[in-house]
Unconditional design. Structure first.
Length: 354
């Protein structure tokens, strides 16, 4: 007998986990199908902060998404009885006097939330460090494990087969499941999706390591074209780079060596690599996620492409998507796929996926 549910969510990274949570909070039933093998969220560092560092400007929708994210993660921790959201001050290494001037001017312009330190506690420098007070990191593996546990039998570990999805007037059918709609939260696998593959994705590969460094501060996150997130016991999460020309999931020893060399040169200390992983971030050219419905098929929706800001953007847009579906609340035009050029598909079955 088929499981009947309101929404079938495909993918269980940050987007899928937040979508499932927001749907349940809204009183809707949900089933999640996820292939756990290649998932960017499972190898992401989880760093979050509200600044576009190069221009020293608040990031897109910062005044809305950051308060909502804090509220959501705090509520999740209480509901799930776990701790995975870690606010922590971040300091940015100011490279020269010119950028120091930019930072100080923007401090006055933007008001609270930014600071400046004359001394650099990580390397010899006369240009100081910028301070970002609202920053931190999300323990994404713990977060996803809590979400999976909360879903219980409504979580299915499997590769979603697009060939098996049938669109009906009153919803969708998938082997063993009937739902009102499908919400695709599948990261870079969206490139294989016959209904949404036309969306302009621009994925980027990054290397993330766990390293041991003796004798440096563990009080804050350090940023200097790379990041160091303190984990305790002189260990740090370290990364990351962006590569658009090599999108495999294999850790690159060449890229890791380049990053380690840069880190050791910056802080003047030896670095021991304890773990090394890589992942491919789902992002698009506009640096905006996708959230909304297919322009032709109301049974198909998407919540995807959150890139490096996923920790903060995913809770907000998962909530917005639920309000859009339930109450007809208009989606932000910058994320709505109906504003993108989409192909017209005559049949709901496709041979696009080999």
């Amino acid at each position: 007998m088929a499981i009947e549910t309101d929404v079938l969510v495909v993918g269980h990274g940050l987007a899928g986990a937040h979508a499932a949570y927001q749907l349940q909070q809204a009183g809707k039933s949900v089933v999640v199908i996820s292939d756990e093998q290649y998932k960017a969220s499972s190898v992401a560092a989880g760093l979050w902060h509200p600044l576009r560092i190069r221009s020293v400007e608040w990031s897109w929708l910062a005044d809305e998404v950051f308060p909502f994210a804090h509220q959501t993660y705090s509520a999740m921790e209480k509901v799930w009885g776990a701790h995975f959201f870690h606010p922590k001050t971040m300091v940015h290494d100011i490279p020269d006097l010119n950028f120091q001037g930019v930072w100080k001017r923007q401090m006055e312009k933007l008001g609270s939330g930014l600071g400046f330190r004359e001394e650099n506690s990580y390397r010899p420098s006369d240009t100081g460090m910028g301070e970002i007070q609202e920053a931190g990191w999300l323990d994404i593996p713990t977060f996803l494990q809590c979400s999976k546990k909360a879903l219980g039998g409504n979580f299915i570990e499997a590769t979603f087969d697009y060939h098996q999805l049938n669109l009906k007037e009153d919803g969708v059918e998938y082997p063993g499941i009937k739902a009102q709609m499908v919400l695709f939260c599948e990261g870079n696998r969206i490139a294989l999706n016959p209904w949404f593959s036309v969306l302009p994705m621009n994925p980027a590969k990054g290397e993330v390591m766990k390293v041991k460094i003796e004798g440096i501060s563990e009080k804050e996150i350090y940023h200097a074209g790379f990041f160091l997130i303190p984990l305790g016991d002189q260990t740090f999460r370290f990364g990351s780079n962006f590569r658009w020309d090599r999108l495999d999931w294999n850790p690159s020893e060449e890229d890791a060596s380049t990053l380690i060399e840069k880190l050791e040169k910056t802080i003047g200390r030896k670095v021991e690599v304890l773990e090394h992983r890589s992942g491919v971030r789902p992002a698009n050219h506009s640096r905006r996620p996708f959230a909304g419905f297919h322009p032709e098929y109301n049974q198909l929706a998407i919540l995807n492409a959150f890139g490096s800001k996923g920790v903060i953007l995913a809770p907000f847009f998962a909530h917005q998507w639920v309000l859009h579906w339930k109450n007809g609340k208009e989606m932000n035009k910058e994320v709505n796929p109906k504003t993108c050029k989409m192909p017209k598909i005559k049949e709901n079955k496709t041979t696009f996926v080999p």
